[in-house]
Design a protein around this ligand. Structure first.
Ligand SMILES: C[S@@+](CC[C@H](N)C(=O)[O-])C[C@H]1O[C@@H](n2cnc3c(N)ncnc32)[C@H](O)[C@@H]1O
Length: 295
């Protein structure tokens, strides 16, 4: 039986985050909350609990969740979370993050539509966005694009999945952003970056937040440890003189310093590098490596 007292303490610790118009956050982060092996993410009262154990965990309904879903914490598990208790979340619904709305879908597969660990980076991007042009690569549901557009940027999102780009457009619409200043480009990021280079197209802000491993339409493989430098080099060639490059990876097999070395080797132009941070609700392992490069 999972300790209700420790969960209550973890929820209490995160009370101030909710005052920032946010109802999508990590409620329990394993050992960071003295609950090793347990993760709970809250999407507007619909909780996804992640455990290593192979059987359905039991959580006291008095904790106040509206719905309870479960995912097994296994790298190989790509399934949608399983319904356990409460109101079924069988249709897409909206959450709030720092006043912005995002569509969440528990039926969509392993990821429900918003990576909660990028909240601080989205806030920072929004603050840098006014009057600028953003390129959001590996855009998924375009959460970085929405944040920058709400901060006053024109945006271009690229993804290999039309399904995610359509989801991204709905996220823009949820925030009443006029789509006419924003693009949603289908295709491989490397191909688009090379095309922009040939055409001399430049951006002020570029977000690089690729998956650790991916295969494009022609079965070409991208691996963070082998290909991030190449990616960063192509992106830098599309960046204006005083631009910013946000480089992220959640690849656990590389240290922050090794990641920074890859970026320094790949990019010739001088830049200032500053590490980003994970949101305060992520109290466990600091796995997300973020570097803001200012040129
Ligand atoms: C981990 S998610 C990226 C998360 C995203 N940056 C965010 O902040 O929500 C990976 C995304 O990259 C896309 N993707 C993977 N390989 C790609 C490629 N070669 N070109 C374009 N998109 C790609 C996938 O379709 C998926 O939507």
């Amino acid at each position: 039986m999972i300790s209700t007292e420790k969960i209550v303490a973890a929820v209490e610790k995160r009370r101030t985050i909710r005052r920032e118009q946010t109802n999508a956050l990590r409620l329990v982060d394993g050992s960071g909350d003295d609950l090793a092996g347990l993760i709970i993410d809250d999407f507007a009262g619909r909780w996804i609990i992640q455990t290593l154990a192979g059987n359905d965990p039991i959580l006291d309904p008095a904790l106040g969740y509206r719905s309870l879903y479960w995912k097994q914490l296994l790298k190989t598990n790509k399934n949608a979370p399983k319904y356990l208790a409460g109101e079924p979340a069988d249709k897409p619904f909206c959450v709030l993050e720092c006043g912005l709305e995002f569509e969440i879908d528990f039926q969509a597969g392993y990821s429900p539509g918003l990576f909660l660990d990028q909240r601080i980076n989205r806030v920072r991007l929004r603050s840098l966005a006014r009057g600028r042009m953003l390129l959001n690569t590996f855009s998924y549901t375009c959460a970085f694009g929405v944040a920058a557009a709400m901060g006053g940027a024109a945006t271009v999102n690229i993804d290999l999945s039309r399904h995610y780009l359509d989801w991204g457009k709905r996220n823009y619409e949820l925030n009443r952003i006029d789509l006419k200043d924003h693009d949603f480009l289908y295709g491989d990021v490397f191909e688009w970056l090379k095309r922009f280079q040939r055409r001399g197209r430049k951006f002020d802000l570029i977000v690089l937040d690729p998956p650790t491993f991916s295969r494009d339409r022609r079965s070409r493989v991208f691996r963070v440890q082998d290909d991030y430098g190449d990616l960063a080099g192509h992106a830098e060639a599309c960046l204006r003189r005083n631009g910013w490059l946000l480089c992220c990876t959640n690849y656990r097999g590389m240290t922050f310093n090794a990641f920074l070395r890859i970026l320094r080797t790949a990019i010739d132009r001088p830049f200032q590098a500053a590490p980003g941070s994970m949101p305060p609700d992520f109290t466990g392992h600091n796995y997300l490596k973020t570097v803001w490069l200012e040129f």
